[in-house]
Structure formats: structure tokens, C-alpha cells
Design a protein around this ligand. Structure first.
Ligand code: HBI
Ligand code: FE
Length: 283
């Protein structure tokens, strides 16, 4: 993180991935995280994700070179991976997505942060997000989300749209013929949440509904209280295709929903026991 100079960061917040600055310890951290997740995600990650991971050639050996990944990814769906120092401003983030560039943090967590990190690192961004960008429907969905983000900023509706991203791209579940599976990157890159999200009786699992999701607050400091369940990426893409402008208007008149609340009209797949839920407020 320290090897980076201000003048190396471009106006769009991208940098050249400082590949040479990764230490042996950094690569070892990647290997450890990768091997651990590979075991856990068997039978838990959706097939589209596992196919994407394999197709990309993301391997256990060490932190990947973004340019090599991008070559494969661009051929598949037109996306590329660009290196950034960390979280970038919302408008910059959306502009990258709308243009099929996924901004990935270049640095990796320290060994003492194996299980929990407050901000995204290269493991979360690459291992969690990039494999699904190999899927044509998800690739289109995330690009459309970027275009929607630019609009939402103008309409002052960013908090609503951000919830959609949170409850799908970051923490989404998918009901498949083989059973409940993970597709959200925030779950995919977390050892404990990938087990919790599928197997714990504590959280709610509720069928995805666009307006319901955009009204729902979320957890940033604990596991999610509620996971929203889609049946396919096509379902998600179709549900989010119409112009959101009238939806944002309607949302202004509807109350927010707490992260752990079940409301009238919910199609409940599993009603959470609420066991172990923190008292701290939702975001
Ligand atoms: N920047 N690098 C990066 N990664 C993100 O996931 C990200 C971001 N900036 C803004 C942002 N996410 C969110 O605020 C939007 O999804 C709303
Ligand atoms: Fe993420």
C-alpha cells in the first residue's frame, strides 16, 4: 500500500497493478485464502461462479496478474479488470462498471486479517466478483447497474440503488435445482459467511423482489440478517430492466424496512431465528 505514489494514480483512479511489489508473504496469503475457499465453496457456490473461476484460470499459485485475467475476460464478455488503490468515489465506480471495467483493489490483507477485513482487498474483488463477470447475463447486469448508478446519482436515489447491489452482487443467494447456492461476492470471499448464509437458522431468506430490496437497510458490521434469493440471473436481469425513475418516486412514499424485518407480501423461504443478531443499528 505504501509503495504507491499519488502521481501514479490516474484521474479515473486506476493505477498499473504494482505486481513487482507483492511479497512472498502476500502470495502465500492468496494461496491460503484460495485453498480454504475452494473446499468450502464445493456444493455451496452456484455453478455459474465455479465455471467462471475455472474459465478465467484464477489459480491457487498466487495473486493474479490483472492483465492476464483481462485477456480471458474480455474475450468472454467484453469486461476487463483495472487496478485501483481501494474504494473509489461512487461516480468513478459507476463509470467503470458502465464501461465494463471492474475496479479491483490491488493489495492483499495481512495474515492477521485472514478472516475479517473492513474494506475490499484483491482477494474479495478478484475471487469474489470477477468469476461471475465471465457469465454473459451477470456481465450485462453489472454493466447496466453501472449505467443505472450514473442516473441514480442525478436523481438522488443512490441509497436505494446501492441496496440492490448489496443484496445481489455482494450478498445474493440463488435457489437452483441442486439446492440453495451462493452467488454474492461478499459471501463468496468469506469463509464463515459462506457457511452461515446457507446453513445457519438465524438469518431470513426471502425471495427477491426489487422494490422490497430497495427499501431494505443492511448490515455492514455483521453477517446479513436477511438474504434475498433469486432463481436465475435471467430473473434478476429482467426484474431490473425497466427504467427505475418511477420506482424511485414511489420509494419516497414507502417506509424503509429494517435489515432483519419480515413484512407483509414477503415470500419467505426461511424465517430466521434471529439468534446471535447484534443490537447495533442497520446501515
Ligand atoms: N469502489 N473499488 C470500489 N469497489 C466498490 O465496490 C465500490 C467502490 N466505490 C463505491 C461503491 N462501491 C458503492 O458505494 C456503490 O456500489 C454504491
Ligand atoms: Fe464487493
Amino acid at each position: 500500500m505504501t509503495a504507491l505514489k499519488k502521481e501514479d494514480v490516474r484521474a479515473d483512479f486506476t493505477i498499473d497493478q504494482p505486481v513487482a511489489t507483492y511479497t512472498a508473504e502476500d502470495h502465500e496469503t492468496w494461496r491460503t485464502l484460495f485453498r480454504r475457499q475452494a473446499e468450502i465453496l464445493k456444493g455451496r457456490a452456484c455453478d455459474e461462479y465455479l465455471d467462471g473461476l475455472e474459465g478465467l484460470g484464477v489459480a491457487a499459485d498466487g495473486i493474479p496478474d490483472f492483465r492476464k485475467l483481462s485477456e480471458v475476460l474480455t474475450k468472454a464478455t467484453g469486461w476487463s479488470v483495472v487496478a485501483v488503490p481501494g474504494l473509489v468515489p461512487d461516480d468513478v465506480f459507476f463509470d467503470h462498471l458502465a464501461n465494463r471495467r471492474f475496479p479491483a483493489t490491488w493489495w492483499i490483507r495481512k495474515p492477521e486479517q485472514m478472516d475479517y477485513l473492513e474494506e475490499p482487498d484483491v482477494f474479495h474483488d478478484l475471487y469474489g466478483h470477477v468469476p461471475l463477470l465471465m457469465n454473459p447475463v451477470m456481465a450485462d447486469f453489472v454493466a447496466e447497474y453501472g449505467k443505472g448508478g450514473v442516473k441514480a446519482l442525478k436523481l438522488g436515489a443512490l441509497p436505494n440503488l446501492a441496496r440492490l447491489y448489496w443484496y445481489t452482487v455482494e450478498f445474493g443467494l440463488m435457489e437452483t435445482p441442486k439446492g440453495m447456492r451462493i452467488y454474492g461476492a461478499g459471501i463468496m470471499s468469506s469463509k464463515s459467511e459462506s457457511i452461515y448464509a446457507l446453513e445457519s437458522p438465524s438469518p431470513n431468506r426471502v425471495r427477491f423482489d426489487l422494490m422490497r430490496v430497495m427499501r431494505t437497510r443492511y448490515r455492514i458490521d455483521t453477517f446479513q440478517n436477511t438474504y434475498f434469493v433469486i432463481r436465475s440471473f435471467e430473473e434478476l436481469f429482467k426484474a431490473t430492466s425497466p427504467d427505475f425513475t418511477p420506482l424511485y418516486k414511489a420509494l419516497q412514499k414507502q417506509p424503509e424496512i429494517g435489515a432483519g424485518d419480515i413484512v407483509e407480501g414477503d415470500k419467505v423461504v426461511h424465517r430466521g431465528t434471529r439468534e446471535g443478531w447484534a443490537e447495533t443499528p442497520d446501515a
